[in-house]
Design a protein around this ligand. Structure first.
Ligand SMILES: Cc1ncc(COP(=O)(O)O)c(C=O)c1O
Length: 474
């Protein structure tokens, strides 16, 4: 890694404090020449310009001039296709040339995908025990689209316990065995009107761009955090909402990632309370993604779920998502769930779950897994946290030795690294070149652009991997 970085020198950074984001029809007009045009005066024009700027370099791999419009696809299809082509480049390269100790020792090491690769031994052992293998007729038939009741009850008990809910959470509020991405896209698709927007702090997990913006067709408005990982706060939200109002955009929701991906920040109880109270005052929905809630690996850090609060300020507009992909190191089993007291939201989401469901046998396995509290507490979580901590220490010690600054957090699988000093001019083009140089040298990382970071030069590395692979990627 150091040899790749040494090919670059130091450079400056820039940050933009304008309300920016993604707007579908704007994207269409800029990239395909379809949709509505840019604005006329001051604010409107400024917005068009900033969005335009972001569109052009949004993913760095593709510029509008290179874009070949497919005659077989609609305007929307073209946008989705160009987006997929760019963001998937690294992932595709990895799958075509995966590192394997025996079969492909010169292959690509994947430090880009947020997966926990430290607990396959524990999980495969647990998931192959005899209690997992049930094949009764109900599991082989179409299920209730909101999920089998046995599973919803188990999820409710599990969340009550691990979120430290003050009263038992209700199975009827647990819905929809889905992936977490599906939860996002269904909520935004069904709850918000197309001209409305959702506010999110950047840098943020890039899949949200796909689910909310590309799939849901809902605008994303960014609250840019600075490089120190400053947290989103009500005052910042209020300012951005006001700017949006002035531009004729209604912000209807906030997305909160807790623990945050890619920063690893955890919100304190009082921060959560402020945030939810603020949302209530403005009648904003809050979509809280707690997918890393059990991946807090240091005892000095305490995670608070919003479901653990004594009282939710606005329960009808608070929706919590959690899934097993991260906390149980099984990203191949894409099971997630949405907890909401709002029956209108739950019903609307449920009616589309026919397209997003999880098969009966997996629902059975997940219920068995979540029920096994002794194994989770005594075996799995202890080992997982110890392994995450050791891997995190290994990577951060290496970064310290290299003199590379980074955010030192203790949740999630990632370290947010500051490579700005290795960029000469401090541009996203240079960031992309650095990303490509890593890939050419068989190391897949994620660059800040993929998280809509405002400053070029930040990268996310996934450390939840075996030591020999971490050493190889070094
Ligand atoms: C914050 C966050 N939410 C959701 C997801 C997607 O989870 P799933 O694969 O279960 O849909 C990810 C995956 O990286 C994530 O980091």
């Amino acid at each position: 890694m150091l040899s790749i970085l040494k090919q670059s020198h130091s450079g400056s950074s820039s940050s933009v404090a304008m309300p920016q984001g993604l707007d579908f029809s704007q994207a269409l007009s800029e990239i395909t020449g379809m949709g509505r045009g840019g604005g006329g005066g001051d604010l409107q024009e400024m917005r068009a310009r900033t969005l335009s700027k972001r569109r052009v370099d949004m993913h760095g791999f593709c510029s509008p001039s290179d874009f070949q419009r497919s005659p077989y696809l609609s305007a929307r299809g073209n946008i989705v296709s160009i987006f997929r082509g760019s963001t998937e480049e690294g992932y595709k390269a990895y799958h075509a040339d995966k590192y394997d100790e025996d079969k492909n020792p010169n292959g690509i090491i994947n430090f880009g995908t947020s997966e926990n690769k430290l607990c396959f031994d524990l999980m495969s052992k647990r998931l192959t025990q005899t209690d997992m293998n049930l094949m009764e007729p109900p599991l082989l038939q179409y299920p209730d689209w909101t999920g089998h009741m046995f599973l919803r009850e188990e999820v409710a008990r599990f969340l009550t316990y691990y979120c430290k809910a003050p009263a038992p959470l209700k199975a009827e509020n647990v819905g929809n065995p889905l992936s977490i991405g599906d939860c996002d896209l269904l909520i935004t698709n069904l709850v918000f009107l197309v001209p409305e927007a959702v506010l999110i702090a950047t840098p943020f997990y890039g899949g949200i761009t796909q689910s909310v913006f590309l799939y849901g067709n809902v605008k994303l408005v960014y609250a840019y955090l600075d490089s120190k990982g400053l947290k989103i706060c009500p005052m910042m939200c209020a300012f951005l909402i006001l700017c949006c109002v002035l531009q004729g955009v209604t912000v209807r929701a906030l997305i909160l990632l807790n623990p945050q991906n890619p920063l690893g920040d955890i919100y304190s109880l009082s921060e959560l309370r402020d945030y939810l109270e603020f949302a209530k005052r403005h009648e904003l929905h809050v979509i809280v993604d707690e997918i890393y809630m059990l991946s807090v690996f240091d005892e000095s850090a305490t995670f608070h779920s919003v479901l653990g609060m004594d009282r939710l300020p606005d329960p009808q507009r608070t929706h919590v998502m959690w899934g097993i992909t991260k906390d149980f190191a099984v990203s191949g089993i894409r099971f997630g769930t949405l907890y909401t007291e709002n029956q209108d939201v739950a019903n609307a989401v449920a009616s589309l779950c026919y397209f997003h469901g999880v098969c009966g046998s997996v629902q059975h396995k997940v219920a068995q897994l979540l029920r096994d509290r002794d194994w989770i507490n005594q075996v799995y979580l202890r080992a997982n946290h110890a392994r995450l901590k050791a891997a995190h220490t290994y990577v951060t010690d290496e970064l310290k030795t290299l003199g590379v600054p980074f955010l030192n957090r203790n949740a999630g699988f990632f370290v947010w690294i500051d490579f700005r000093k290795y960029l000469k001019t401090g541009t996203f083009e240079e960031e992309m070149l650095l990303w490509k140089r890593f890939l050419d040298n068989k190391v897949l990382l994620s660059c800040g652009k993929a998280f809509e970071c405002s400053e070029p030069g930040w990268f996310r590395i996934i450390f939840a991997d075996k030591t020999h692979r971490l050493q190889l990627g070094q």
